[in-house]
Design a binder for this molecule. Structure first.
Ligand SMILES: Nc1ncnc2c1ncn2[C@@H]1O[C@H](COP(=O)(O)OP(=O)(O)O)[C@@H](O)[C@H]1O
Ligand SMILES: Nc1ccn([C@H]2C[C@H](O)[C@@H](COP(=O)(O)OP(=O)(O)O)O2)c(=O)n1
Length: 241
């Protein structure tokens, strides 16, 4: 059996991080960690139990947050206190507020600790809960640089603003006409601007491979990431049909 692998993927909103990372994890039989879902769950918990405008109250709430992350790429779950919040964390209200919680440095430090714990567990052949000791794909904004800078493969997934707005608009509104794209701007561009104050995800750090998906379809993007993984780790998978 090969040793466990850690794959780190970062990128801006709508670049395809979540969907592509899930597909890569499924193809390689790895666990999948959506760190953005953790910031979203922290936002739900803070909205319910703290004052969002009070940084100390938010940090205190997040340190006590009863969060359980599901790591199966085919069905990644998010639970708060035993409650399935997978749908709630994607609501417009949560998307609008998440950057405020994610810019709280004490929240970042606590979530980084939890993320490292999960990555360490899944990359330990003896302790892996989901992947049977094969490893993990973790994606977000600061995984390649802060959370797992020692990952075996590190990828920055980018796409043009236009492509990212079009994809998110299709996903949320089922259309990519001018009205739908305009309604998506705050959720993508304003949020990226706010997020960029605390994380660096527009330019690849040293040793991080860039995959630009602007002119690639979904399967081509998955194959491009798998090619990087194969190149740096020697793990080959058959190309998609
Ligand atoms: N290369 C691609 N071409 C077209 N659509 C894509 C591509 N990659 C992802 N998508 C779609 O774009 C949307 C946003 O992708 P998602 O994975 O949620 O991005 P992120 O996690 O970076 O915000 C989803 O509906 C996804 O299926
Ligand atoms: N490692 C991470 C992951 C996400 N975040 C923040 C930044 C984002 O606005 C939110 C939500 O992340 P998510 O990946 O769900 O965002 P997308 O809507 O997929 O672009 O969390 C972060 O600060 N650091």
């Amino acid at each position: 059996m090969t040793s466990p692998v850690v794959i780190a993927i970062d990128g801006p909103s709508g670049s395809g991080k979540s969907s592509v990372s899930k597909a890569v994890a499924a193809r390689l039989g790895l666990a999948y960690l959506d760190t953005g879902a953790m910031y979203r769950a922290a936002t739900v918990w803070s909205m319910e139990t703290a004052d969002l405008d009070d940084a100390v109250s938010v940090a205190t709430a997040v340190r006590a947050m009863p969060l359980v992350m599901g790591l199966d790429p085919e069905a990644p779950g998010v639970e708060l206190d035993g409650r399935d919040v997978a749908v709630t964390i994607r609501s417009t209200e949560v998307t609008t507020n998440v950057s405020k919680v994610a810019s709280n440095l004490e929240v970042r430090s606590e979530l980084k600790r939890l993320q490292r714990q999960i990555i360490d567990q899944e990359s330990s052949a003896a302790q892996a809960v989901h992947s049977g000791g094969r490893g993990i794909v973790a994606e977000g904004r600061d995984i390649t640089t802060v959370v797992a800078p020692d990952a075996d493969a590190r990828v920055l997934l980018t796409a043009s603003e236009e492509a990212r707005l079009r994809r998110r608009s299709l996903e949320v509104h089922g259309a990519a006409d001018a009205t739908a794209v305009d309604a998506t701007r705050d959720q993508v561009l304003r949020r990226d601007r706010d997020d960029a104050k605390v994380t660096q995800f527009h330019v690849a750090a040293d040793g991080v491979a860039t995959v630009d998906s602007s002119d690639l379809d979904f399967e081509q993007t998955v194959d491009a990431v798998l090619a990087v993984v194969a190149q740096v780790t020697g793990r080959e998978v058959a190309p998609s049909a």
